[in-house]
Design a protein around this ligand. Structure first.
Ligand SMILES: Cc1cc2nc3c(=O)[nH]c(=O)nc-3n(C[C@H](O)[C@H](O)[C@H](O)COP(=O)(O)OP(=O)(O)OC[C@H]3O[C@@H](n4cnc5c(N)ncnc54)[C@H](O)[C@@H]3O)c2cc1C
Length: 410
């Protein structure tokens, strides 16, 4: 599309950067403005709880694009700038100084923020969350001086930080309201694998507990946290506390502007919102998935990486559909895994395992009641994701015995 058109991207994460890239790849030669609340150019977040936290990857290695790229491609990047309003009728966004910026097409890529724990003591200075490079750097420093940390929440980020803390020699206790880690994401069968992995690396779990308060040295506002008190009155001492109870999508702009919003910004299969001139991508997009035939919102890196090409096509009036299966990965200690597909809790019949569960070298499959493969997770086995995808997309019932027989090719 040639033009004097102005496309504005609100957000400064992977999805925002990839959208700018996709617009230029598709030869859009109008003006592109990317407005980010953060002070840094867009970067990948997965290393924040993995390689960067472990001191193995410098920040410059996981920028989505170097500064020169934005200059070369004439992307006007405004850092440290939080968009405070969106007027979809006037087609403007409001900047912190009260000025407005007119757009022809708008992309929302505002991502997520850590969920806060509404208990006394949660605002103590040594209570942390992890979302940004600053948060990750703070934890790196903390691990150098801290002896004991309590992590609240046994989800992906809680577990990954636990692994990094253990590698740094920090004692870790994880408190979790569920009976296992990752129960909502993986179900009990595979949750146990992660519980065993962390126990083998010295993590102390307290499952089935609620945090009543984060305890502080004094009852004054600036007092530092020294542990947590559980709902049953028992306490766990700590020098620092990490709250890792999940993230919530940043939906205020979209909701205030009157776009259709539920637990995310509602978008169709082309990633277009209820306003035809506005697309939404990444963590905030609650997308009508044409293959899974349902609306899903996933907080995965691969989604933020791949959705923008489709959204850019939609902004340019071209036909494109986002139909990739959900995919995510994690690295903890010596376990690396990839998960492909979607097996909602309560919707799968059973999990079968191909390989050696005890040695943590296997592929797990989530099967529907009629033995269709809904999802697959390869643990310390590589280059099988495409095969897993094919099995899911084929939509045919499989023979579980053959599937789990390692002498039969996948
Ligand atoms: C520590 C950590 C580890 C992770 N590890 C993995 C992993 O191993 N595998 C995996 O699949 N996923 C992982 N994820 C999730 C993955 O990083 C996210 O799904 C991805 O970052 C989403 O990208 P996004 O661009 O949609 O949103 P975000 O990355 O959240 O970026 C949103 C950006 O928009 C900015 N913004 C928000 N509101 C405004 C506004 N009003 N004005 C201007 N700017 C605004 C924010 O400041 C931010 O810069 C991890 C996430 C974290 C935090």
């Amino acid at each position: 599309m040639s033009s004097d058109q102005h496309f504005v991207i609100v957000g400064g994460g992977l999805a925002a950067a990839k959208l700018a890239e996709a617009l230029r790849d598709k030869d859009f030669d109008g003006t592109v403005t990317l407005i980010s609340a953060e002070e840094h150019l867009p970067y990948d977040r997965p290393p924040l709880s993995k390689e960067h936290l472990a001191g193995k990857k410098a920040f410059t290695e996981f920028l989505v694009q170097p500064a020169q790229w934005y200059r070369d491609h004439h992307v006007d990047v405004r850092l440290g700038t939080t968009v405070t309003g969106l007027d979809a009728a006037a087609k403007t966004v409001t900047l912190p100084d009260g000025s407005t910026l007119r757009y022809d097409k708008l992309a929302l890529a505002t991502g997520s923020a850590p969920r806060m724990l509404p208990v006394p003591g949660a605002d103590a200075p040594n209570v942390y969350t992890l979302r940004t490079i600053e948060d990750s750097d703070t934890l790196i420093e903390l691990f150098e001086s801290t002896r004991r940390i309590v992590i609240i929440g046994a989800g992906w980020i809680g577990l990954e930080v636990a692994a990094a803390a253990r590698a740094a020699g920090v004692q870790v206790t994880i408190v979790e309201q569920g009976e296992l880690p990752l129960r909502a994401a993986l179900g009990p069968e595979m949750g146990r694998v992660f519980a065993d992995l962390h126990r083998a690396n010295g993590v102390d779990f307290r499952f089935g507990v609620q945090v009543g308060a984060i305890t502080t040295e004094d009852a004054i506002a600036t007092a530092v946290a020294n542990g947590v008190r559980l709902a049953d009155g028992s306490t766990i001492d700590a020098d620092a506390v990490l709250v890792a109870i999940g993230a919530q999508p940043n939906l205020e702009l979209a909701a205030d502007a009157g776009l259709a919003v539920e637990d995310g910004v509602l978008v169709d299969a082309h990633l277009v919102t209820s306003d035809p001139d506005i697309v939404a991508v990444g963590d905030i997009a609650a997308h009508r998935h044409p293959v899974l035939d349902r609306r899903i919102r996933v907080e995965h890196w691969a989604n933020a990486l791949n959705q923008p090409a489709v959204a850019a096509a939609s902004m340019l009036g071209k036909e494109a559909t986002y139909d990739r299966l959900p995919y995510f990965f994690t690295d903890q200690y010596d376990l690396g895994m990839e998960y492909t597909g979607y097996a909602a809790p309560g919707e799968y019949a059973r999990v079968v395992v191909r390989g050696d569960l005890t040695a943590r070298e296997f592929v797990a499959f989530w099967l529907a009641p009629d033995n269709r493969v809904l999802a697959g997770m390869n643990v310390n086995i590589w280059d099988v994701t495409d095969r897993i995808k094919e099995l899911i997309l084929a939509g045919d019932p499989v023979d579980p015995d053959r599937l789990t027989d390692t002498t039969t090719s996948l």
